[in-house]
Design a protein. Structure first.
Length: 318
């Protein structure tokens, strides 16, 4: 079987095949509205171990559990006073909630890295919804990239990263959001954002009616995936660039920085468009003849906060 034949158009037959693969303990490329996930049966220790092995991911870094709705999420977690309000407002959607693990939570302890908590998300993408409902149990799905690399936002990216690990990749098209979900920790006194995303601090504070903090960098141990160097292209990345130096690709943003740019995240300066393009454009420029990638400034507001978070990690060298 050719590698590209592992990419399956999103049809009922392909969803059934993907659900069967999960039941056999195999892994599947699952589209979500944020990025593509490397999906496996959350209750199957061997499938979870295969995910860590395929990604080269440290086993202390826990995985997000995906379910089709609040009802299934509530079965995994202990009661939480913010859960319903958050779910009503943002699920299905790009928000992951870190909750206290419920007494009868079937999720593999390996998936949650032995923590007392479990991260739960209800994705909005119709292909993810169809797969989760067809499978009928919780599904772990880290971004379908090798550990530390750029997250995939197209089915071909999953094949570039993890072709051998997947039984198939459901083709859900390009991801509409383009950066990973906001991770909100609800296990403490007040809600804390462990990873910025499309659901912003201001939106969360307004929707939950309480103060929401941004977790400090040294709390990143709580979301061990938030290591400083992450989302990294192979080439060095230089931030806040106004122009390209010799050998550099220029990734522009907005109308001003257009001239001489290799690619532009959003010629009109739209942050949603920029987020959706971010990982695909970094991936496209991460190749000779370029020797480095220079990225124009992106405003630190709204989705720009998540974009800049990912760009800083892309620029940090391990
Ligand atoms: O948008 C997304 O969330 C994508 C799609 C596929 O759903 N998934 C994703 O998964 O980005 P991953 O594994 O690449 O990132 C999960 C993040 C990591 O930073 C991890 O440390 C954190 O969530 N996390 C998972 N479980 C946690 C827990 N119990 N407590 C704190 N952080 C947790
Ligand atoms: Mg990831």
């Amino acid at each position: 079987m050719g590698l590209s034949s592992k990419i399956a158009a999103f049809t009922p037959a392909a969803v059934a095949r993907a659900a069967d693969a999960l039941r056999r303990g195999e892994l599947v490329g699952m589209p979500t509205e944020t990025v593509y996930g490397l999906a496996g049966d959350a209750a199957d220790d061997a499938a979870v171990a295969a995910i860590f092995a395929a990604k080269g991911r440290p086993s202390f870094n826990p995985l997000i559990v995906h379910v089709p709705s609040l009802a299934e999420a509530a079965e995994l977690a202990a009661p939480c006073r913010f859960l319903e309000a958050a779910a009503r407002r943002w699920w299905p959607g790009p928000l992951t909630l870190v909750l206290r693990r419920g007494a009868s939570c079937p999720v593999s302890l390996l998936a949650t890295a032995g923590l007392e908590s479990v991260a739960v998300r209800v994705p909005a993408h119709p292909a993810a919804q169809a797969l989760l409902r067809a499978f009928g149990g919780p599904v772990v799905a880290p971004s379908a990239n090798r550990s530390g690399r750029i997250s995939p936002t197209r089915p071909e990216h999953v094949m570039e990263e993890l072709a051998d690990a997947v039984a198939l990749v459901l083709d859900g098209g390009p991801c509409a959001v383009g950066v990973e979900s906001t991770v909100l920790d609800l296990t403490g006194e007040e809600p804390a954002i462990l990873r910025p995303g499309a659901v912003t601090q201001a939106m969360l504070a307004e929707g939950l009616g309480v103060a929401v903090r941004l977790a400090a960098a040294d709390e990143a141990v709580k979301a061990p995936g938030m290591l400083q160097s992450h989302y990294a292209p192979a080439l060095p990345v230089r931030l806040n660039a106004r122009s390209a130096a010799p050998g550099e690709a220029l990734l522009a943003f907005g109308p001003e920085s257009g001239g001489g740019a290799s690619l532009n995240l959003s010629p009109s300066g739209n942050l949603e468009e920029a987020a959706a393009n971010l990982f695909a454009m970094l991936r496209a420029l991460d190749t000779p003849p370029y020797r480095a990638i220079a990225v124009a400034p992106v405003p630190e507001e709204g989705l720009g906060i998540a974009i800049n978070d990912r760009l800083r990690r892309a620029a940090a060298r391990p």
